[in-house]
Ligand binder design. Structure first.
Ligand SMILES: Cc1ncc(COP(=O)(O)O)c(C=O)c1O
Length: 407
């Protein structure tokens, strides 16, 4: 019996969610502040959590608004700042829900190519020089969704310079920042130039998405405007969720949770990189330094339809071979795992490759070296050596169309 490994979700799988810690935090939260948790609360969020976040970001509490997930923060921000027809820069590719949200509001969305060190600032510069008046630039600076790339320090500075000289706001959408497992951390653009930046982050990726807690940091006046919108939208976000997150954070459980998620992602990323190198040696990718996502380019001239058929018939990355010890079929993740690729590892799903002809290779069905079309499930243990290992930087991605991302 084959199991399926989902590559769809960019969030912690249940085995790395601190369920016991959350339960304990909930008990403490209800005991210590029953009125705060069970009342309507305020539109700006649970005040102790707001203050905790303000301290972390070294801003005033009045600059913070805590929401039901950061998608809600995005929606409030777009409703406040972006009118129909306004030009908004996004990365190409970017998070599909941001695109949807902007397009629904009638924004004039301009996509600027994403490179392994972040958005192509030269392309943005050309756009601005040609007279495009930009209202907002949406940037996912760390371990970008869906590419896994991180914006370099130099590009952070260039973006801020451009924002200042062309008077636009940078929306720094940063839910993955704590999940670095290699390389050096970089300062947020918010900390570099707070006047030009509105910042969003989330507990979905470090604690769990079901808790639905995200937040915005920005100028006091903007946050006050958004707080009015929040009041009119839902009176207040969930005080129960935010009270639990506050207790979880205050007690230090969150730091342990981040460590757990980070080290699991490091291991899963290495496993995936090894598997890709071994099974899809012609695929190119940049090994990410954190987060959940890895972007794969398959060789030019590949045939998306053929790939899809092949994956469905012989989904080597999704299904594995029989475990010798158990005499039955099991997920390839079990075989790959040096610590658990099984379950929602959260790395982009291979189906993404299929979404676009430019991304999707292989005229003859793509398959791993261990199986043949005749015996789609007939992988054997013998295999060729991987050509590259995780951590080796491969050539950068060619421009490709925006993929559709499953959340
Ligand atoms: C860049 C980015 N922003 C926002 C979100 C939404 O996060 P939340 O669960 O806090 O709504 C995601 C989720 O995948 C994301 O990748």
């Amino acid at each position: 019996m084959a199991d399926t490994i989902s590559f769809a979700r960019g969030a912690p799988s249940v085995d790395i969610v601190d369920v016991d810690g959350l339960r304990a935090a909930a008990e403490r939260a209800f005991s210590s502040d029953p009125a705060g948790l069970t009342g309507y609360g305020t539109a700006v969020g649970y005040l102790p959590l707001r203050a905790w976040l303000a301290e972390r970001h070294r801003v005033e509490p009045t600059q913070v608004l805590v929401t039901n997930g950061s998608m809600q923060a995005d929606a409030f921000l777009f409703d406040t700042l972006v009118a129909s027809g306004d030009t908004v820069i996004v990365e190409r590719p970017t998070y599909d829900r941001t695109l949807l949200s902007l397009r629904t509001r009638g924004a004039d969305v301009r996509m600027v190519q994403l490179e392994p060190d972040g958005i192509d600032v030269a392309e943005l510069q050309r756009l601005l020089a040609a007279g495009t008046r930009v209202k907002l630039a949406h940037i996912i600076p760390n371990f970008q969704n869906p590419a896994g790339y991180t914006l370099s320090a130099a590009k952070r500075q260039t973006l801020l310079d451009l924002a200042r000289s062309h008077e636009f706001t940078i929306f720094e959408d940063d839910p993955y920042v704590s999940l670095r497992f290699a390389g050096e951390s970089l300062p947020t653009m918010l900390s570099m130039e707070p006047e030009r930046v509105v910042y969003a982050s989330s507990f979905s990726k470090t604690v769990c998405p079901g808790i639905r807690v995200g937040y915005l940091v920005g100028a006091q006046a903007l946050i006050a405007d958004i707080a009015k919108l929040a009041t009119n939208t839902y009176i207040s976000p969930s005080m129960v969720s935010q009270g639990i997150v506050y207790e979880f954070a205050r007690s230090g459980a969150i730091d342990r949770s981040i460590q757990t998620v980070r080290s699991a992602l490091r291991e899963r990323c290495q496993t995936l990189c090894r598997a890709l190198s071994e099974h899809l040696p012609d695929a190119r990718f940049v090994a990410p330094e954190g987060g959940y996502f890895l972007w794969v380019d398959l060789p030019p001239g590949s045939d998306a339809a053929a790939l899809q058929t092949a994956v469905l018939a012989a989904p080597c990355l999704l299904r594995g071979h029989a475990g010798a010890d158990r005499g039955r079929r099991r997920a390839s993740g079990s075989g790959l795992r040096g610590g658990g690729l099984t379950g929602a590892c959260g790395l982009r799903r291979p189906a993404r490759w299929l979404a676009s002809p430019a991304m999707a290779p292989v005229a003859s069905p793509l398959r791993c070296r261990r199986c043949t079309p005749e015996s789609p499930d007939g992988c054997s243990e013998s295999s060729a050596r991987p050509r590259a290992m995780c951590g080796r930087r491969t050539t950068r991605s060619p421009p490709g169309p925006t993929p559709v991302r499953a959340r």
